[in-house]
Design a protein around this ligand. Structure first.
Ligand code: ADP
Ligand code: MG
Length: 383
């Protein structure tokens, strides 16, 4: 098995505080893989994890090459949801509570555990990153009543390249699609997206139940309920900073990307095939944006190539704390997709990301605080 070992060095920026952090999670064998192929046997695994060195090896079935990849951490099938939260998302939520922008993205082939990792709501012990992030924020709020923490929720899906509000009064298939707009300062927003002030974990979970039930989902051969859209959750978190007295504004964005399955494998036809084309096109654009951001020689970043990359323009690097989870399946039958997802993760490790605190800019105090923050950022940059 050791023939032709290919070591794909991350060549990542050394300090994960200054770049996108990247994690890999491998799910257990499921469904058709356990039932076995024509010979009735279970699918073979082709991935070996080495959690101690945050790396993994994958042997390709077609030419027996062994690829090695290193990340910030790798999670095997025994890693529980709370450990994934602690490593991947807790630092992002802490940054958001300070007033920085933070994003968690899950990338991978359909059926590899993106929704399980991010959006599983119950049972509590198996809850994913989103409900844990919400609980984290409200427990901070309860422990710091003097900071007057306020939270506003939005949930949208990008279906066939159309942004749709999952929490609007009208169901997404009956409402006109929303448009993406850009402010003078460059910030991108979705016009007309509904915003829901929330004051408890239960209030968020109630809304998510409604919103998730409206997602465009479909059965594929690879899992029972596969999302045919990208789902983007936003939590705007503001609080009064006890030191400056200003309000800080952090946005937590959580992106459950639609799967990048090969059309042939999922036996897509008709409308399903059309959806797959939209998905593949937007994921290609995302890959191009990541590749451009990762290359210091490139100054033009093709955000405008797709709605997905436009929407994520402020969430992929730059002024944002960003964590990417690459979800893969362990089976040889997924080796091709796994290698391509793992390579995507390697590129993302070269994307710079360093977030500053967003202060209110409405009164003198605030602009003083902002000046202090930018002086601080300049000092950091000069280090
Ligand atoms: P995706 O969102 O990437 O298409 P899902 O999250 O729907 O994939 O997961 C596909 C199937 O695999 C589901 O039945 C899910 O419960 C199961 N699964 C995924 N990850 C894990 C895991 N870490 N442990 C146990 N089951 C998992
Ligand atoms: Mg999913």
């Amino acid at each position: 098995m050791r023939r032709g070992r290919v070591s794909t060095s991350a060549r990542a920026l050394a300090n994960s505080d200054d770049r996108v952090s990247v994690f890999v999670r491998v799910r257990p064998l499921v469904g058709v893989e356990l039932a076995g192929g024509p010979d009735g046997g279970k699918a073979h695994k082709c991935v070996v994890l080495e959690p101690a060195s945050a790396s993994l090896a994958l042997e390709t079935p077609w030419d027996a090459r062994v690829y090695s990849f290193a990340y910030d951490a790798v999670f095997d099938t025994t890693t529980p949801q709370d450990a994934v939260y602690a490593a991947v998302a807790a630092p992002v939520v802490e940054a958001v509570l300070e007033g920085r922008n933070g994003t968690v993205l899950a990338y991978g082939q359909t059926g590899t555990g993106k929704t399980h990792t991010l959006a599983k709501l119950e049972p509590l012990a198996e809850a994913g990153i989103i409900p844990r992030a919400v609980a984290h924020i409200f427990s901070y709020a309860a422990a710091h009543p003097d900071q007057d923490v306020r939270v506003v929720l939005s949930l949208l899906q990008l279906y066939r390249d159309a942004p749709q509000d999952l929490l609007a009064r009208r169901a997404p298939d009956t409402a006109p699609p929303l448009s993406i707009r850009q402010l003078k300062g460059g910030a991108v927003y979705v016009q007309g997206l509904s915003k829901h002030p929330v004051d408890s974990v239960d209030a968020v979970l109630e809304l998510l139940d409604i919103g998730y039930a409206r997602r465009a989902i479909e059965s594929t051969r690879l899992n029972d309920v596969s999302s045919r859209a990208h789902t983007i959750l936003r939590l705007e978190v503001s609080r009064r900073d006890p030191f400056s007295g200003s309000r800080t504004h952090g946005v937590f964005t959580c992106v459950d990307l639609a799967g990048s399955e090969r059309v042939k494998k999922s036996r897509s036809r008709g409308a399903r095939l059309d959806e797959a084309k939209f998905i593949n096109k937007s994921l290609t654009a995302l890959g191009n944006v990541i590749a451009s951001l990762a290359d210091p020689g490139v100054s033009y970043i093709p955000y405008r190539d797709s709605k997905l990359t436009r929407l994520l323009q402020d969430s992929l690097g730059g002024n944002c704390v960003t964590a990417l989870i690459v979800n893969i399946g362990p089976a040889v039958t997924s080796a091709h997709e796994s290698v391509s997802s793992l390579q995507f993760g390697q590129r993302a490790m070269r994307v710079e990301a360093r977030a500053h605190i967003n202060y209110d800019e409405t009164d003198a105090d605030k602009s003083m605080a902002a000046r202090l923050a930018s002086a601080h950022a300049e000092l950091n940059a000069a280090r």
